[in-house]
Design a protein around this ligand. Structure first.
Ligand code: C2E
Ligand code: MG
Ligand code: MG
Ligand code: MG
Length: 286
């Protein structure tokens, strides 16, 4: 079956495509059992303050250890879970694990005098779930984690479509002290007016901007675009975290452009929580 995708793009039926469709179908069917059977796990990737290289916390990134297909990244299954609604219990599980982990790090004094923060991604379906505020508050209270040590990441595209009623839960969480980050910023179509009304504390500049700084020397237009976004964010009292920093040169340029924090393979890849604690302990010992 050929399916029109707007314009003159067509998808022709081919065995590869069918295989992918079947595997999507089987992945979707297996999601509930996978959650029951504890096949999901979380990796943590450090968030680094650019001024001095101090680790401020980590982003929690979920993975699925599929018994037949091996470890699957979130891009393979989050959209499926979002579609079926399983993202709500799965997302709650991620939140619980991540909050408990951050609490453990704080209790153990990992990160020294600084209170490490944990960032958790929220999907649009979770954003619109009526229990978001109550669930989040109870997860924080059960673990004993201060709300300031949690940051929820919501994609720019999920937020700009939201009206004031839909933003209310996030506003309530922000008032409690929970950080809100605009994830993948620059890939949606935000305008100044919509940015201003969002209860966000941080803007996460999408990896595509970081990739633009790969060339030597970087395109001056690319540099000015990032500089412009950073000054806009600062004018709106948002801190800026850059995603996908892979090289020292990118880190240097982004620091010079005024970015506050960074995340990327140059600093550390996502890894198990023990690796994060070990890295922190090593940094403290130096
Ligand atoms: P994201 O929130 O934008 O997360 C950053 C992604 O960039 C992660 O991909 C991370 O592994 C990757 N990354 C980090 N540093 C670098 C780098 O230097 N270079 C490159 N090329 N990539 C880097 P990952 O783990 O595959 O996650 C993909 C997306 O899945 C996330 O994008 C997030 O939107 C979503 N996701 C992950 N965990 C969850 C979750 O628990 N709930 C929900 N709803 N979504 C999640
Ligand atoms: Mg994120
Ligand atoms: Mg992101
Ligand atoms: Mg991204």
């Amino acid at each position: 079956r050929a399916k029109a995708q707007g314009g003159n793009r067509y998808e022709l039926a081919d065995p590869d495509l069918d295989a992918r469709a079947i595997s999507r179908h089987s992945l979707t069917n297996r999601l509930p059992a996978a959650l029951e059977g504890a096949e999901f796990f979380i990796e943590y990737q450090p968030l680094v303050r650019m001024a001095d290289g101090c680790v401020e916390g980590a982003e929690a990134l979920v993975r699925w250890d599929h018994p037949r297909h091996g470890v699957l990244g979130p891009d393979r299954f989050i959209p499926l879970a979002e579609h079926t609604g399983l993202i709500v219990p799965l997302g709650r599980w991620v939140l619980e694990q991540a909050v408990r982990q951050a609490c453990e790090w704080q209790v153990r004094g990992i990160g020294g005098t600084r209170q490490l923060r944990v960032n958790v991604n929220l999907s649009p379906r979770q954003l619109h779930h009526p229990h978001l505020v109550a669930d989040t508050v109870s997860v924080l209270q059960n673990a004993g984690l201060p709300p300031e040590s949690l940051c929820l990441e919501v994609t720019e595209s999920a937020l700009i479509r939201a009206d004031d009623d839909e933003l209310k839960p996030l506003r309530q969480l922000a008032e409690l002290g929970v950080g809100i980050a605009l994830d993948d910023f620059g890939t949606g179509y935000s305008n100044l007016a919509s940015l201003r009304r969002l209860p966000a504390s941080t803007l996460k500049l999408d990896r595509s901007f970081t990739q633009g700084l790969q060339q030597h020397p970087a395109d001056p237009v690319d540099l000015r675009v990032v500089e412009g976004i950073v000054s806009l964010a600062h004018a709106l009292e948002l801190s800026v975290t850059v995603e996908g920093v892979e090289t020292a040169s990118q880190a240097d340029q982004l620091r010079t452009l005024g970015c506050d924090s960074a995340q990327g393979w140059y600093y550390a890849r996502p890894g198990p929580p023990e690796r994060f604690s070990a890295q922190m302990a090593m940094a403290a010992g130096q």
